[in-house]
Design a protein around this ligand. Structure first.
Ligand SMILES: *Cc1c(COP(=O)(O)O)cnc(C)c1O
Length: 374
């Protein structure tokens, strides 16, 4: 059986966990958390990195930080994971969904501006498959209308827009280290704060609404309740696991890219059969988070998934357009979002993980080509 995903252990995860445990400082913001923060800030130029227990939590922190409240509107893609928008719905916002572009699941940047009105507070972009949205254009629109930009960079670690790290461009960025991502800690995430005005408050929100972080740095002589917040920081045990992964990020990324390129090379000929392959705009890098195809129809995709399953190969689909979800359908303003629906019906993700061998990839691609009579 070739599974869809297999979490990769780079070697030192349990050693570092043991070390964290023997340090006897296993709550949040211990030695390994600090090492992870430093790593991210040095390598990617993030102003402030703050580990969280998930990307979902990082997005919830973002919504609190931006003072999202009842009556506010947030513009976001429909073709994404629920957490991208649920975080803002929790604060009372209305989500105004944008369609995907025709050639890529990322949001259609041309469709953003007509959706802006005096209630609009933020634009949340999702770098689907780790491929950058056109951030210069998004930031220009946001500047013009005084909006905040949050990058849902859950899938976008070690990926770049015109040479700038994703997550470093918007006012805020959110990453995931869930076991299905490139770099993992089981569950885990990170909030990036690039807007300096928001750093202080981000630390407070992450520490249950207290100024504990400033207290530990000796900046205030007592700490107390100064704002709303929650417990968003992970145990240092999680950070220990994550740091072992970060030390191997170049090796992990290199292998994932080899796998991605092998898929691409083997499957390019499917274009003649009307099947879509991943599209990388010139401004975007590839972090090999995902390899997907876009089938001609829902029926074709259903058959392809079943066909691969018969050969013990596990391919999957996602996402389901959020504007048509049971929870949001009635709240959506009724606009059709045909490209989001097309990716909902037709996109298929192929197995992608560090330990997938070249032989595995060839086995899978041979089957896919056979399915299309090539
Ligand atoms: C994985 C993912 C999330 C959620 O990440 P968690 O760490 O599981 O909370 C959010 N947005 C996108 C686009 C994702 O792919």
């Amino acid at each position: 059986m070739i599974t869809f995903n297999k979490p990769y252990l780079s070697g030192k995860e349990t050693d570092y966990i043991k070390e964290a445990v023997s340090n006897l400082k296993i709550s949040g913001d211990g030695i390994f958390t600090k090492k992870c923060h430093q790593f991210f800030q040095d390598r990617y130029g993030f102003k402030k990195a703050l580990l969280t227990t998930s990307c979902t939590d990082a997005l919830e922190m973002a919504a609190i930080l931006l003072d999202i409240k009842e009556g506010d509107e947030v513009i976001a893609p429909s073709f994404t994971f629920v957490s991208t928008v649920n975080a803002f719905v929790l604060r009372g916002a209305k989500i105004v969904f944008v369609d995907s572009s025709t050639e890529h699941p990322n949001m259609d940047v041309d469709a953003i501006e007509p959706l802006i009105n005096h209630r609009t507070k933020a634009i949340v972009v999702v770098h689907y498959a780790g491929v950058a949205c056109d951030m210069d254009r998004v930031m220009d629109i946001a500047d013009k209308h005084s909006l905040f930009v949050v990058e849902d960079a859950a899938q976008a670690i070690d990926s770049f827009y015109k040479g700038r790290a994703l997550g470093s461009i918007g006012h805020l960025g959110a990453f995931s280290f869930h076991e299905t991502k490139n770099i993992i800690s089981g569950e885990g995430g990170m909030l990036i704060v690039n807007d300096e005005r928001l750093i202080n408050r981000a630390e407070i929100i992450r520490e249950k609404g207290t100024n504990r972080s400033a207290f530990f740095r000796g900046e205030v002589d007592k700490y107390g309740w100064v704002d709303i917040g929650s417990s968003f920081l992970p145990s240092d045990i999680i950070a220990a696991f994550l740091f072992a992964q970060l030390e191997n990020i170049d090796r992990i990324q290199k292998r994932r890219l080899q796998i991605w390129e092998l898929y691409f090379e083997q499957l390019t000929c499917l274009i003649d059969k009307g099947v879509g392959l991943p599209m990388l705009p010139i401004y975007a890098s590839n972090n090999a988070h995902m390899f997907y195809l876009v089938c001609e129809s829902l029926e074709q995709r259903t058959k392809l998934i079943a066909y691969l399953k018969e050969q013990d190969m596990h391919a999957v689909f996602h996402y389901l357009s959020l504007h048509k979800s049971p929870y949001y359908k009635a709240k959506h303003d009724g606009r059709d979002l045909p490209n989001s629906d097309a990716f909902t019906d037709r996109l298929i993700r192929l197995p992608m993980y560090y330990e997938l061998t070249n032989d595995d990839v060839i086995k899978i691609t041979k089957r896919i080509l056979a399915f299309y009579d090539i």
